[in-house]
Design a protein. Structure first.
Length: 247
């Protein structure tokens, strides 16, 4: 196995131990020699793996004190790897609900702002992005890229200096959503039947400057995505509803 693969494997395994609470927040990870034996790798690989997890906010390293697991609130939740580990080793339904709630708080409002503020060229770019989604409907990777572009253009069209900085976050939210329901029967037929018509409504509402319709259409996209992630669920969770309340 290459050094790169050894590193990735070690990072994934230690992350799994942390996310599954084999080593809970506040506890120390095993000593370096013990980790080497458990992972079957060298000290160099172990050290680099711990550095990677420290950079993601999952562990803290202190001289003579070793590595200590940090509370989940310190984790870099929008790091794609951290998201992947949480989805794989925690309750994926809860993670999906959290993701949908964030999208509901952000994207409908952005669509409404874009409807009122987008320039002529921005409306044209959003239409072109939608047409790229249509053209890529049979190729899921290309469709995903076009989908991300569509939503990022809407964010940029808000002309809000803070919202535009969230473009990388939008990419993570969209790609994670696509990954979550990629194995739920989501294919070219489903895209043509469900996803594209809803995105088309957002595009048309922004094109004519209808903020109310743009917000409603954006909410419909997210609700449909949640239903696709959790078959049998008709309605997406309401943002800010207390966790543990009846859903």
């Amino acid at each position: 196995m290459s050094k790169k693969n050894l590193h990735s494997s070690a990072v994934d395994k230690v992350a799994e131990w942390i996310v599954t609470d084999r080593y809970a927040a506040g506890t120390a990870l095993p000593a370096e020699a013990e980790l080497c034996e458990a992972l079957g790798v060298s000290r160099t690989v172990v050290r680099e793996a711990i550095k990677t997890l420290a950079a993601k906010g999952m562990v803290a390293v202190a001289p003579k004190l070793g590595s200590r697991v940090l509370d989940e609130h310190s984790w870099h939740m929008f790091d794609p790897q951290v998201l992947k580990w949480r989805l794989a080793f925690r309750d994926s339904k809860v993670v999906a609900e959290d993701l949908v709630e964030l999208r509901l708080l952000l994207e409908p409002a952005a669509a409404g702002l874009a409807a009122g503020r987008a320039t002529h060229s921005e409306r044209r770019e959003i239409r072109c992005a939608f047409e790229a989604m249509e053209a890529a409907a049979g190729e899921l990777n290309a469709y995903g890229l076009a989908d991300v572009r569509f939503h990022q253009l809407i964010l940029l069209a808000c002309h809000n200096s803070f919202l535009t900085r969230l473009a990388p976050l939008i990419e993570i939210l969209i790609t994670t959503t696509l990954d979550l329901y990629a194995d739920k029967g989501w294919n070219a037929s489903h895209i043509a039947r469900a996803a594209l018509p809803l995105h088309g409504k957002v595009m048309e509402a922004i094109a004519v400057g209808d903020a109310v319709a743009a917000e409603a259409a954006a909410k419909a996209i997210i609700s449909r995505a949640f239903k696709d992630m959790a078959p049998g669920t008709a309605v997406a969770p309401t943002p800010l509803r207390a966790r543990g309340a009846t859903r």
